[in-house]
Design a protein around this ligand. Structure first.
Ligand code: ADP
Ligand code: MG
Length: 264
């Protein structure tokens, strides 16, 4: 361990077992559906997520924005409880359950659906096999038939090896695979990345459908305008800290905020 000057001084180990009595209360009185409280996360000795806190109401769509390297992916990964970055302090609650005490598989079982930037489509498997694989473990969400109704492109390509599809189709599959499980929180990391505008519109329509279903969602996007159009609220990160929180409309209306933190 080095004596990194930037290291948070009062780190407490994330409890491995029993949750503490901490409760985050949203504006009003009901506890928030999702709540991240004072998250500090590290890659080895690199201190990256530096005290991030935010709440999400059930059914809300939140755009998590910020420049490249701001800590968006790291924050999503900490929430999904994947091994890196290591969450050394903070609490994460989803529907009254302490995510911060869980491993990624437990978080997934509880209903955290992370759609990572690289999509993680499994090579050598068809579209349908990729979908079925995500339903091996409980709790199962949408049936394969229901997925095909909502994603006709995937139905057409069900027997095709999934990695041979276009980027847009692979993104559809990545979202569909999350819905194939019974999720409470959908975490989308740059779903429009690398896609042609016409395909972005297609994915946008799919996500609007997801929104109508009332699935609580966090969307990270470099294409901030597109993400804001979909979202109720915006949270902006800079250098691993929350620097703005407000309605999505406020960010769309305020060029100063966009210039300062999003460079658009
Ligand atoms: N695996 C890693 N090991 C060390 N540092 C990392 C790793 N992944 C990301 N970082 C660093 O963490 C910071 C935040 O990265 P990231 O969360 O990916 O930002 P964003 O998604 O907002 O672009 C960056 O400075 C990046 O270099
Ligand atoms: Mg990222």
């Amino acid at each position: 361990m080095s004596d990194d000057a930037h290291k948070h001084e009062n780190l407490i180990e994330v409890p491995a077992g029993t949750p503490t009595a901490h409760k985050v209360v949203a504006q009003g009185s009901a506890p928030a559906f999702f709540s991240a409280w004072d998250l500090h996360a590290y890659y080895g000795e690199s201190y990256i997520v530096q005290g991030v806190s935010f709440d999400i109401r059930e059914g809300e769509i939140v755009a998590l924005l910020g420049r490249n390297g701001a800590g968006k992916t790291s924050t999503l990964r900490a929430i999904a409880r994947v091994d890196t970055p290591e969450l050394r302090h903070g609490e994460i609650w989803l529907d009254h359950q302490p995510l911060h005490t869980m491993k990624s598989w437990q978080a997934a079982r509880l209903g955290v659906g992370l759609v990572p930037e690289d999509r993680r489509i499994i090579a050598g498997l068809t579209v349908e096999e990729n979908l079925k694989l995500s339903q091996i473990a409980e709790p199962v969400g949408w049936s394969i038939e229901r997925i095909y109704e909502h994603f006709p492109r995937l139905a057409e390509r069900r027997d095709q090896e999934a990695v041979t599809m276009s980027g847009g189709e692979q993104q559809m599959l990545a979202v569909a695979r999350a819905l194939a499980r019974d999720i409470k929180l959908l975490l989308l990391d740059e779903p429009y990345e690398g896609l042609a505008p016409v395909i972005v519109h297609e994915i946008e329509r799919i996500l609007e459908g997801v929104k109508e279903l009332g699935i609580t969602t966090v969307i990270v996007e470099q294409n901030a305008i597109a993400a804001l159009h979909l979202s109720d609220r915006a949270i902006i990160l800079d250098m691993g800290e929350v620097v703005f929180e407000g309605s999505a409309q406020e960010v769309l209306d305020n060029a100063d905020i966009r210039n300062e933190y999003l460079a658009i």
